[in-house]
Design a protein around this ligand. Structure first.
Ligand code: NCD
Ligand code: ZN
Ligand code: ZN
Length: 343
């Protein structure tokens, strides 16, 4: 196959940031994706409906003329979140999901949740109105090994939370383990799971063997090869529970290359070329459209995009970095030449 046309993709987990960084990274997403679930972990976080509306306006103002893109806004769940504000933001069509960060789990998660009893009322309201909860699924306990934090979260937090809130629609974000794949496979269609581009490509050796590679450091951290293969199988299966959330998370090189560097891989520019190759290598090009363009809208109850994206078998050179007014941002290097280009 030398050319592939699919319904235009969406990105169900994206960090656009704000200001100069947003202006630089937004066109890379809008070029390939019609819509994206916009993560609310700004500083300060996007907690209220009013803050989400203002953030959406800033995104639309930063969109270059002639580009079409719809940001699907989220609210950052805190222990002080007002269920009425959440319900109003959902009813107006502004907000498509609420994001749960366990306090301290990842970039800008200090305002996240420590006491899960304090979010009960909001979760119950979300279950009533059908508003999905997107979850960064890692425990934060210092005594749990970082490579085990996702699996432990499923047992200790996610499964009890879902049992306590029947009907709540939940997205396990950026899953990295076979434990998460197995859990998702055992649930009904109230559960979805996003998978990033980079977790289909790298395992923990890529980060640590032969020298430390800060640009491969993200959270949840990439796991053993067996886990990567489980993610590949889930993503390429076509199963409706699994869909693309790139978690494209730009940080300047200055902030990545520190003694204590930031977590995140910037994949917006080359995600579609990488995914075409991943699916081709696994003999699953026929399922690429399900993963990038169909399963996500089905979970979120949105129409599939009517316009299309065409990939052709032409080598692509992804730039090593993009320039922003805050400094350069390195683009994720898959470690193999890319044979597919978006045309
Ligand atoms: N994935 C990451 O490593 N980083 C994300 C936060 C997140 O999605 O956990 C970021 O905002 O930089
Ligand atoms: Zn996260
Ligand atoms: Zn993220």
């Amino acid at each position: 196959m030398n050319s592939l046309t699919i319904a235009r993709p969406d990105d169900w987990h994206l960090h656009l940031r704000d200001g100069a960084m947003m202006r630089a990274v937004l066109p890379h997403t809008a070029q390939h994706f019609a819509r994206a679930i916009i993560m609310p972990n700004l500083v300060p976080p996007v907690v209220t409906g009013a803050q989400a509306a203002a953030y959406r306006d800033r995104i639309m103002a930063a969109l270059p003329d002639g580009m079409a893109f719809e940001p699907l806004m989220t609210l950052y769940l805190t222990e002080d979140t007002d269920p009425d504000d959440v319900a109003a933001a959902h009813a107006s069509g502004l907000v498509r999901a609420v994001k749960l960060y366990p306090a301290g789990a990842t970039t800008n998660s200090a305002s996240g949740v420590a006491d899960f009893d304090k979010i009960r009322a909001t979760l119950e309201r979300m279950a009533q109105i059908g508003l999905p909860l997107c979850v960064h699924g890692e425990v934060t306990d210092a005594d749990v090994d970082i490579f085990d934090r996702e699996a432990v979260f499923i047992d200790r937090v996610l499964d009890p939370l879902r049992r306590a809130t029947p009907g709540l629609r939940v997205v396990m974000e950026h899953i990295t383990t076979s434990d998460a794949v197995d859990y998702a496979n055992a649930q009904d269609d109230s559960l979805g799971a996003t998978i990033t581009t980079h977790h289909l490509v790298i395992n923990r050796n890529h980060i640590l063997a032969g020298g430390i590679k800060p640009h491969y450091y993200c959270l949840p951290v990439a796991k053993r090869e067996g886990h990567r293969l489980a993610l590949r199988k889930a993503a390429t299966s076509g199963d409706a529970r699994f869909f693309l959330g790139t978690d494209s998370a730009p940080h300047t090189d200055a902030n990545k290359l520190l003694p204590c560097g930031c977590a995140g891989c910037f994949t917006a520019p080359n995600t579609m070329a990488i995914l075409a190759q991943v699916f081709e290598d696994d003999g699953a090009l026929d399922n690429l459209e399900r993963f990038t363009s169909r399963n996500g809208p089905a979970f979120y109850g949105l129409p599939v995009n009517t316009d299309t994206l065409t990939l052709t078998k032409t080598p692509t050179q992804t730039p090593g970095h993009i320039d922003t007014d805050d400094g350069p941002v390195t683009v994720f290097d898959p470690g193999f030449p890319l044979h597919w280009s978006v045309t």
